[in-house]
Design a protein around this ligand. Sequence first.
Ligand SMILES: Nc1ncnc2c1ncn2[C@@H]1O[C@H](COP(=O)(O)OP(=O)(O)OP(=O)(O)O)[C@@H](O)[C@H]1O
Ligand SMILES: [Mg+2]
Length: 453
Amino acid sequence: MKKLLSAFWRSPVKTRVLPSRRIHLGIDYGTSTSKIVFRDYGAPGGERAVLILSRGSIRIPSTVGLREGMLQFGGTEDSHSGTILYESLKMRAAMEATGDPKYFYGTTTPLPDGFSACDLAVLTVWYLISEGHRAVLLDLSGNADGLRLGMTMGVPMAFFDDVVLQPLFLSIARQAWQLYREEDLLEVSLSLEKARHILDRYPRARLPEISDDEVRDWLRSEGEAAMWWPFQSPAVGPGPYAKIDIGAGTTHASLYRIHGDNLTPKTGIAFFGASTISVGMDGIDNAISICIGEKGDCRLLRGREQEILRRNSAARDAIEPVREEMYQTYRRAWGQTLRKIGDYQAERQAWGAHKIFMIGGGSLVPIIADSLRVHPAGGNLTIQLMELEPPPDLKRADNRAITAAQLPFASVAYGLANIGLSIPEALTPNQVDPMPLNQARRERLNWDDIYAK
Ligand SMILES: Nc1ncnc2c1ncn2[C@@H]1O[C@H](COP(=O)(O)OP(=O)(O)OP(=O)(O)O)[C@@H](O)[C@H]1O
Ligand SMILES: [Mg+2]
């Protein structure tokens, strides 16, 4: 089968007379787990999106293991004590490139000789593309005639506008794609020696130049991608909204207005404020582990936070500074929004009653998620939570429906699976029309203000 696939993939599409079947992978490369949705633009009966399963799970561990000279991807089969685990490589690569320790909370387990965190991230993304490809082929019952596969990877919004991190993650996505194109699919394990050899054969420095316009084809912000479904959903009307994504390594808050009226289709999205910090559930887990003396592998706490916090008041106290940092993203985005709307009363009133979407794994931990649903204007006002039905065109690869608990994990990948052009241009705060009153006093935010960390 592998041979067949590889033969198909290497054959130049342009010499084929078959109609092309365009399928796009949306890769949400997460700090702890990755999620992949593919959109089949040529599916009989109409476009559809599929949330892929890897070893039966919608969440594919981003951890890389090392055992007896073999790198392991997508989660280790066993938890032998001899396996070295490299966690949160996405954030470790960010720390490595910027030299800023704020990006990485995990244990700095020494990397294999001659490898950087960025190298391991490239290999991981190559594995994710390969998993996407395998899932597509399974879905097409092996019939890959005319298949044209593309991909877009997500990055935290703050990375997208960072002079070091955007080029870094762009090169991670592109190098991984090159390995996939040139080297076939990556299986669950690869020897260190072979990995080094392959990485050296296709060095980052030799990736062809691309224009600024093409960046969005490869890389889009997770924040923007997550808005795709609320924008599409008939259950969500025009109006002001907040969205908070509580991931393992980052927390992102954006405040935006969906434009349109109740009679016409929604016409676009405008950001009023957006802020990301490199603190997420790993930071919470770190605080819990120090408090309860369970130091070390934060994987042990993932998914157990609610249960521990519910019964341990000392742990609740210990996470408070981290939780407060997370809340700062919302407060900062709100400050930017206020500057934007100035004294325009109608808009102020509307924002006073905005609603919130919460996504990311942290949204499943009520002790944390509920505590962030407080209006940043003060007055202890609880913000109404928007609960979305899963999109009707999105199914799991085993054809089962997406559950409400799975949607917070899947929504970024679902948005990324749309090829760039089909997303309505999300206006940056600079492009948002000023409010009609007191224009002279209103401060116009620039891109740096909005995306500053
Ligand atoms: N049932 C659960 N299973 C796994 N993780 C859970 C569960 N419930 C809550 N969590 C939390 O969700 C976190 C993972 O969330 P998510 O997958 O959104 O992060 P990520 O995408 O890997 O990180 P980031 O977006 O910051 O790169 C875990 O670290 C854990 O703290
Ligand atoms: Mg995430």
